[in-house]
Write a new protein. Structure first.
Length: 261
């Protein structure tokens, strides 16, 4: 996205506490234009100072940072005084949903060149943030990140350039897949960029139970539990799927069995 010859230079601020993440975004910016001043901040305090003193055109703002978060940065600078914002997040399901619903762009780590170009184009477009209702969208987004729901009601799944939402009650079980998890529903499988540990922090513990290092099951879809060898168990789901637990989670299965009618 090279600017026209008579177009004025513009500036972008990268805010991230991870040096490699900043370097990655800087490399992507370098590919987009030779007419750009790139600023960097490794924490929220530096970001606030640079926004106020240098007034960049676009800020790539990490949501989760030690100390001041991305939310804190916007709160302290003020929504009206912020440049165009592209939020950056690793695997925060609440944030992803808020970004999509409120039509404010975001980048999901690791950032692809294609997705970066689209986000940058949108951020630089006239009125991207200043259109009617745009600032209220940002306020709503920040409120959603600051005060997320207690448990995750649905998953945001990116596929083929679009986002679909899957209700958590439709998920039968969840399987770890390296840097992703795979959601198993009655009719489909979906990859989500997050970790098992992160999901366990936001899923309803009365509904989703970990039965293996790499498996979480929705107990509402468990039809039968039967013992297997070496203290393990086999769970049969209401669609006929059979999933094996590990003996490490034997006590969890005992409690689950005792609580079933």
């Amino acid at each position: 996205m090279k600017p026209a010859a008579n177009q004025a230079r513009w500036s972008a601020l990268i805010v991230d506490d991870e040096p490699l993440a900043r370097a990655s975004l800087r490399a992507l910016l370098d590919r987009e234009s030779d007419e750009i001043d790139i600023l960097e901040a490794k924490n929220g305090d530096e970001a606030i100072a640079l926004i106020r003193s240098r007034r960049p055109d676009v800020v790539f703002l990490d949501v989760q940072m030690p100390g001041l978060t991305g939310f804190d940065v916007v709160q302290q600078v003020g929504v009206d005084s912020m440049p165009d914002i592209v939020f950056v997040t690793a695997h925060d399901q609440f944030a992803i949903q808020a970004f999509e619903i409120n039509a404010v762009d975001y980048l999901l780590k690791p950032v692809s060149e294609e997705r970066f170009t689209a986000a940058l184009k949108r951020a630089r477009s006239q009125g991207a943030r200043h259109s009617e209702g745009g600032q209220q969208h940002i306020v709503s987004l920040l409120q959603a990140i600051a005060s997320p729901p207690k448990t995750l009601a649905r998953f945001a799944v990116r596929s083929a350039g679009k986002t679909i939402f899957v209700d958590s009650e439709e998920v039968h079980w969840i399987q770890a897949a390296e840097n992703y998890v795979q959601l198993h529903t009655a009719t489909a499988r979906h990859l989500v960029h997050t970790t098992m540990r992160s999901l366990l922090e936001v899923l309803d513990p009365e509904v989703f139970v970990r039965i293996h290092r790499s498996v979480i099951v929705n107990i509402q879809h468990v039809r039968q539990i039967e013992p297997a060898e070496h203290g393990e168990s086999v769970l049969t789901l209401d669609n006929g799927e059979r999933i094996q637990s590990s003996r490490t989670y034997g006590e969890v299965l005992k409690r689950l069995s005792s609580n079933r009618p």
